[in-house]
Design a protein around this ligand. Structure first.
Ligand code: DGY
Length: 439
């Protein structure tokens, strides 16, 4: 068997907790929402039913409101190993009985994962398609509620864009996109004893967000606890409110997918609603287009202004499935000199921040490095948008990188050094999916 595939399978098994998977052995010992979606696609290559369990495990934590929480905690993990841990979120009355969760969410990749599991099962001819289709009947209403919660609680005015209340909700935690809105967040008091177990899990603390960022991350959580996660209130007064274009674009694409899954779930009449939602978001993304940067910009809902930073977020229209003219511009930029085509990169792959952005940081977590799951999302978008040659190039470059860096969390783009955890489940999942793809 292919050595890389073998390593990826080892990583998934190593992080497997039976019905769910740790994102990594030390740094992330619980179940994370968007990690779980990617991980499910990885399991699909080995066992589609195990892949479904990954989604079911996560959805055990779905709130009655419909929100799918960013973390479902494993209560067997020792106290203090991950912070903020299960007791720090004040969610005991919000989460389903017997399940401990955080109180925020992450990008909705789940429907995309479910459709991919189905596609893989359909190619296996072993009866698993039948099981997947049965599961879709039960999973679809859950995902529908999740999307509806996003489109109401987080977009009460029906703009088509989803507002995040915490940088962690974006999944791209410390992206320069959040610097300005976060700088205006002023914690009442600075915690002297801010717990940072995460810093002991990496070779160099510079690879993690800074203490001032963490003070604000914790403060934002405390503010949400203080209003008992009342979303109406939060959308009026929370000190961090940003319409996130990358998150919204993922939702648009996931809505297109839900439209396709609706008939399988026995709800064919609902397909049009999902398609209309997706289209609504695509139009909203159009209004966030910046002609100078040639990028789609997040909107700060507090100042009412776009956030000018040149990051991967700018490619949101590509993820959402925009028209050919716009996607052609974005494909040029993606492979151009400030992103994958930058001079001196070890592999020509997308960067999380443009090299020309003043806050580009080649080692800084989401501030520059290459992340295999983001490469995967862009690869999928290229494929779906009909950019077949570009998609094939991206895939082969990604596989070349992964052969060298293994299942690492992220990659320093110039030296090609693997950073963060070396046994990251979602990277393993991306490895298996990319290797399996048969155009
Ligand atoms: C972390 O703890 O770094 C996570 O990314 C937050 O979701």
């Amino acid at each position: 068997m292919d050595e890389l595939a073998k390593r990826a399978i080892e990583v998934l098994h190593g992080n497997d907790r039976g019905t769910w998977t740790r994102p990594s052995p030390r740094l992330y010992p619980h179940q994370w929402s968007w990690d779980a979606a990617f991980v499910a696609m990885g399991w699909a290559q080995l066992d589609p039913v195990r892949a479904l369990n990954e989604l079911w495990s996560l959805l055990r934590g779905q709130w009655t409101t419909g929100m799918v929480p960013q973390i479902v905690f494993d209560l067997n993990v020792g106290r203090g190993r991950y912070e903020p841990g299960p007791n720090a979120w004040g969610t005991a009355l919000n989460a389903p009985p017997g399940v401990a969760t955080s109180g925020i969410c992450q990008p909705p990749v789940h429907a995309i994962a479910l459709a991919r599991i189905r596609e893989v099962a359909a190619g296996r001819n072993d009866g698993s398609l039948h099981e997947v289709d049965d599961a879709i009947v039960d999973l679809y209403p859950r995902l529908d509620r999740w999307h509806r919660w996003l489109r109401t609680a987080r977009d009460p005015e029906g703009t088509g864009l989803i507002t995040i209340l915490h940088p962690w909700e974006s999944g791209l935690d410390n992206s320069p996109r959040w610097d300005r809105p976060l700088s205006r967040v002023e914690p009442d008091e600075l915690l002297d004893d801010l717990p940072r177990p995460d810093l002991t899990c990496v070779a160099d603390p510079a690879e993690r967000p800074t203490n001032p960022e963490y003070q604000r991350y914790r403060f934002l959580v405390d503010r949400l606890i203080a209003i008992d996660y009342d979303q109406d209130k939060a959308m009026e007064e929370h000190p961090f409110r940003v319409a996130d274009v990358w998150f919204s674009a993922i939702l648009a694409s996931a809505d297109d997918v839900l439209a396709d899954l609706a008939p399988i779930a026995g709800r064919p009449e609902e397909g049009d609603r999902h398609r209309a939602d997706a289209e609504h978001t695509r139009r909203a993304l159009d209004t966030c287009w910046d002609e100078d940067l040639l990028a789609c910009l997040d909107q700060d809902r507090i100042t009412g202004r776009p956030i000018r930073s040149d990051t991967m977020g700018g490619f949101a229209p590509l993820i959402a499935g925009c028209d050919l003219d716009r996607s052609a511009v974005l494909v040029d930029r993606l492979f151009g000199p400030t992103y994958a085509g930058a001079d001196g990169l070890a592999w020509p792959l997308p960067l999380t921040t443009a090299t020309t952005d003043p806050r580009f940081d080649r080692r800084g977590y989401w501030r520059g490095p290459q992340w295999p799951p983001m490469t995967w999302l862009l690869w999928r978008a290229l494929r779906m948008g009909g950019h077949t040659r570009s998609a094939a190039t991206l895939r082969s470059n990604a596989i070349e990188q992964l052969r060298d860096t293994g299942c690492t969390e992220y990659v320093e783009p110039y030296s090609g050094r693997a950073l963060g955890s070396d046994s990251q489940s979602w990277t393993a999942a991306v490895v298996l999916d990319l290797l399996s793809y048969d155009p």
